[in-house]
Write a protein of this length. Structure first.
Length: 609
């Protein structure tokens, strides 16, 4: 895995230079430089960095490829896109999306009342709002209010009951009627984990019979002129382009048939989301079998082909690809707190005046190991270790002898791995796996990478520095939650190798990439670890600016968010300390001051400085 698969997943957003990971944009600062500047202000725990320029890059890419495909195919419709707020509703993410997308008239999609209010307050003037998901009368009325307020809003009906409610609201109030869309329940299903979003058993959408009934209801109540869109969605993170092509043919023909049935105002097809992001770091396990260019070209070509055959005007094309837009803009960075084989350092060897002969032989093997003899000496060391364990079980050597042997053999294996790193044998690769290092990271997988825990969704992981040396330690990552599921275990099919570092002498930072989609909104406060501190980084030609600092909640605020009274907790702690008979008054004051400092810090560990 060269450069941790950077050429596979990073979309040229990052490069390695001088042994550090750098942003491949304008002043090209290193991530290590940014993190060290933030941490110089006594910030501890995991840190989430947002890069708005990467959102703009994705929006620009999406529009550019569709515009190119439309020009090449002489397509007469227009292209528009909206961002589904469910993917990331955090304020600084939404601010970046709306500001970076303003020049493209990029809109927002809402799936709940709260999201609709957010969309109404944040959508740039003239940009589209689409409303999906199940709705009640109040939510539909909000859609009418949005239209009355000047928003270009489309309410997508998920069932005939919602259409009947739209008709009811239109009769009851004098508000402007929004555009109406129909989610169609396609026979075609998608691919990947979320394939169940499509197909006849999908949660959302109208069947052919229900679509015909909807047209009838709209015509009877003089609302057919407000039907402007049909919508389908075959699943997030589509791994294969073929199901999309089948869905396009089906939806395209439904659209053409509706036009022939008199839906004259119908002018748009919303193909939903699903444009996949590359999460994998290994060539053999890529997340998708198509490019963005192929995706856009296929959509435009197929819809043009269908409309031309049916002699129907080309529809405008909408997408709701949220993951593609924001996944890359956020990077989670965390220090490694501990390596669990640090007890194998040679400085911890404690020889006796007289040591067992096998220990003396291990000392010689460790000292004399070189390129020519490393395989032979490695075999000898492994044989000696087996003998020593047998002698220990029989009571012939003690625990100190066993400890000395384990340290020596561990270091012989490490030296052999380094000596043969340019030409490893199968045996040594197996030893690498057996010699796994456990890296304790100052983060919660449940909070910051919930899709790994819930769906086994892999994310690109790599160090920010030491990249001019070969990583040889097969790595498992342990988070700081009190839960054995808080682990990213070593996977021989998708191996992660990290560096062997001395944390007493240097910090070691890991970056988790493509975490900007869903991870924040789905993150859970397991063990009351909350959202990391976050910062927005704006790059310019000479440097960068750190803005929008949002500190991770302190301990009292964490408890208050669950409904506890902060003052009640604080007063109880003070009272208990004040009534203590085990310390002096001076000690009480000092302890109380220390306690108050702790309560104002976030819940992550502070063992690194």
């Amino acid at each position: 895995m060269n450069n941790f698969g950077l050429e596979i997943w990073s979309n040229n957003n990052f490069i390695v230079e001088d042994g550090q990971l750098k942003l491949n944009y304008k002043s090209m600062p290193s991530l290590l430089q940014i993190i060290e500047e933030i941490r110089s202000n006594d910030v501890r725990g995991p840190i989430l960095l947002r890069f708005p320029h990467l959102i703009k890059k994705q929006i620009k890419s999406l529009y550019s490829y569709f515009d190119k495909a439309m020009t090449e195919n002489s397509y007469e419709g227009k292209f528009s896109a909206v961002f589904p707020l469910k993917v990331n509703q955090f304020p600084n993410a939404v601010e970046a999306i709306t500001s970076q997308g303003a020049q493209f008239n990029y809109g927002l999609e809402a799936g709940s009342k709260a999201e609709l209010i957010l969309a109404m307050s944040k959508t740039p003037a003239g940009a589209n709002i689409t409303v999906n998901g199940f709705k009640d009368k109040e939510m539909i009325t909000l859609g009418f209010i949005a239209a009355q307020s000047g928003h270009n809003i489309t309410i997508t009906i998920e069932g005939l009951g919602e259409l009947e409610t739209i008709i009811e609201v239109a009769k009851e109030c004098n508000l402007k009627v929004p555009h109406i869309g129909i989610r169609v329940r396609l026979h075609s299903a998608g691919s990947g984990i979320w394939a169940k979003s499509g197909g006849m058993d999908a949660k959302f959408g109208l069947t052919s019979t229900e679509i015909i009934e909807a047209i009838k209801l709209l015509r009877e109540d003089n609302l057919l002129q407000h039907l402007s869109m049909i919508h389908f969605h075959i699943g997030s993170q589509m791994s294969d382009i073929a199901p999309l092509k089948r869905a396009l043919r089906e939806a395209g023909n439904i659209y053409a048939e509706l036009k022939k049935m008199g839906a004259e105002s119908l002018d748009s097809i919303n193909i939903g989301g699903g444009l996949a992001v590359e999460y994998n770091q290994h060539t053999h396990s890529k997340s998708r079998n198509y490019s963005v260019e192929e995706f856009s070209s296929s959509v435009v070509f197929l819809l043009k082909e269908i409309m031309d055959a049916k002699k129907v005007q080309h529809p405008n094309i909408f997408t709701e690809s949220g993951r593609f837009i924001v996944a890359s803009h956020a990077v989670l960075i965390t220090p490694v707190l501990e390596l669990f084989t640090q007890d194998y350092q040679e400085k911890l060897i404690n020889f006796k005046k007289v040591n067992p002969p096998l220990i003396n032989e291990l000392v010689d093997l460790n000292k004399l190991l070189n390129n020519k003899n490393c395989i032979e000496y490695l075999h000898d060391a492994l044989d000696h270790m087996e003998s020593i364990l047998t002698l220990f079980d029989l009571g012939y050597i003690d625990l100190q002898d066993r400890s000395n042997a384990e340290i020596l053999v561990h270091n012989i294996i490490k030296k052999a791995l380094y000596l043969t790193s340019s030409n490893p044998t199968d045996e040594l690769e197996e030893l690498q796996v057996r010699l796994q290092e456990r890296y304790l990271i100052n983060a919660s997988i449940f909070q910051s990478l919930p899709d790994y825990w819930g769906l086994n969704q892999h994310f690109p992981i790599m160090p920010l520095h030491n990249l001019n040396s070969v990583p040889l330690r097969a790595a498992s990552l342990w988070d700081i939650t009190c839960d054995s599921d808080g682990e990213i275990g070593f996977n021989p099919e998708k191996p992660l190798y990290l560096h062997d570092v001395n944390l007493d002498e240097e910090e070691y930072y890991l970056g988790f990439f493509n975490v900007g989609a869903y991870q924040e909104t789905l993150g859970m406060n397991h063990n009351l670890f909350t959202h990391p501190s976050e910062y927005t980084i704006h790059l310019n030609d000479t440097g960068y600016e750190i803005t929008n600092e949002v500190e991770s909640k302190n301990i009292l605020d964490i408890l208050a968010s669950l409904g506890y009274e902060k003052n009640e907790i604080l007063n109880k702690l003070k009272t208990d300390l004040s009534n203590s008979k085990f310390i002096t008054e001076k000690e009480k004051d000092d302890t109380l001051a220390k306690l108050q400092i702790f309560l104002q810090q976030n819940g992550y560990l502070r063992t690194t400085y």
